[in-house]
Design a protein around this ligand. Structure first.
Ligand SMILES: NC(=O)c1ccc[n+]([C@@H]2O[C@H](COP(=O)([O-])OP(=O)(O)OC[C@H]3O[C@@H](n4cnc5c(N)ncnc54)[C@H](OP(=O)(O)O)[C@@H]3O)[C@@H](O)[C@H]2O)c1
Length: 326
């Protein structure tokens, strides 16, 4: 199951609103085939494995998968059909699928067909890996982690609003590798873009992470469309950046210019001065064009943005990095 979870994590940034799923086929204690859900609209993990596996299934072979196999017709055919067709007799799963159309139906159907199904195995780790997918199906919105860095004295920026380097190289490495590496998107308020001009990419101890590795999407909350066209997020790092703005701004020439560079500009209605959170979630969990939705978001600031999320009670977890000034 640990191997399933490792394989599943390879799908991060590629599967959109789908779950992260890995699968292994075990014979006499050894893994003889592997598969994972490689991208939105592509085969599910167990289907990818079974379609790739060219050997003959033996009665004692065990198929492991970190999420209950699906039994519904979606973008792909039900996995349980292929499991039965290929003659798999033993299945071990990590957790039940929380989606309304699933919730144990895959397990029951396999058992009714005579398959020995065991689980859940390591359900806490499985649910932790897929906390975004679970949140989508239980709360109707992405999992939200709020990340804040402050000095021992409590400062989050200089008094004049200019950026203050608070965290150490080690804290940065952890935040880039672990925190940014386990969320679908980073969210910042437009004032942070205006004052810091951040990149919001993953860099470990100042070394760029390989091209293959995962970079979360970058989302700027900008109701008044104040983002400068020369900001790094919409110039150097335009692809993978989303600017959320009030619907009236979509007609501005700046919108066409940003879209022309590959920036996604999404209109979301306001509720007072802030975005209507229900409308914001709807946009963020809906696939459109090359955007397949996000189910987890790391809110990196600044203070007004943290406050808006806290006040709306949409924060699932908070991470506080306390540092000296560097
Ligand atoms: N220490 C840290 O961890 C950390 C992290 C990031 C930033 N910072 C610092 O924080 C400072 C900026 O913070 P800040 O509080 O002034 O600004 P901010 O939070 O970066 O941006 C606030 C602005 O973003 C928009 N916004 C944010 N949430 C929104 C929502 N839910 N709905 C609609 N619009 C939303 C609004 O734009 P409008 O004003 O156009 O309405 C809002 O005024 C900078 O100095 C930066 O260096 C510190």
């Amino acid at each position: 199951m640990h191997r399933c979870l490792e394989l599943a994590a390879r799908g991060r940034g590629r599967v959109g609103v789908n779950p992260l799923v890995g699968s292994v086929l075990v014979r006499k204690g050894s893994v003889i085939a592997e598969g994972w859900h490689e991208g939105f609209g592509l085969a599910h993990a167990e289907r990818a494995l079974l379609e790739r596996f060219k050997g003959t299934m033996e009665p004692a072979d065990v198929l492991y998968v970190n999420l209950e196999p699906c039994c519904h017709h979606g973008k792909t055919l039900p996995c349980i059909d292929l499991i039965l067709e290929k003659g798999v007799k033993h299945v071990v799963y990590g957790m039940q699928d929380p989606a309304e159309h699933a919730q144990g139906k895959g397990i029951l159907t396999l058992r009714a067909a005579g398959v020995d199904v065991r689980g859940p195995v390591l359900p806490e780790l499985a649910a932790r890996l897929n906390r975004g997918f679970v949140s989508l199906h239980t709360q109707g919105r992405p999992w939200v982690t709020l990340k804040m860095a402050r000095t021992r004295a409590g400062a989050v920026s200089n008094v004049d609003g200019s950026p203050l380097k608070i965290t150490s190289r080690e804290q940065d490495a952890w935040a880039h590798e672990f925190l940014r590496g386990t969320h679908d998107a980073i969210i910042v308020g437009v004032e942070t873009v205006l004052s810091d001009d951040p990149q919001l990419t993953r860099r470990i101890l100042n070394k760029k992470i390989d091209h293959d590795s995962y970079h979360p999407l970058r989302i700027v909350l900008d109701p008044n469309f104040r983002i400068p066209e020369n900001a790094k997020l919409v110039s150097e790092f335009a692809v993978g950046t989303i600017v959320v703005t009030a619907p009236g701004n979509i007609m501005q020439p700046k919108c066409a210019s940003l879209r022309g560079r590959g920036v996604n500009v999404f209109p979301v209605p306001l509720d007072g001065r802030l975005f209507d959170f229900a409308a914001l979630w709807k946009v963020l969990i809906t696939s459109s064009g090359d955007f397949h939705g996000v189910v987890s978001a790391l809110v990196e600031g600044g203070r007004r943005t943290w406050d808006a999320f806290r006040k709306a009670r949409v924060v699932d977890e908070e991470v506080l990095l306390v540092g000296d000034e560097y």
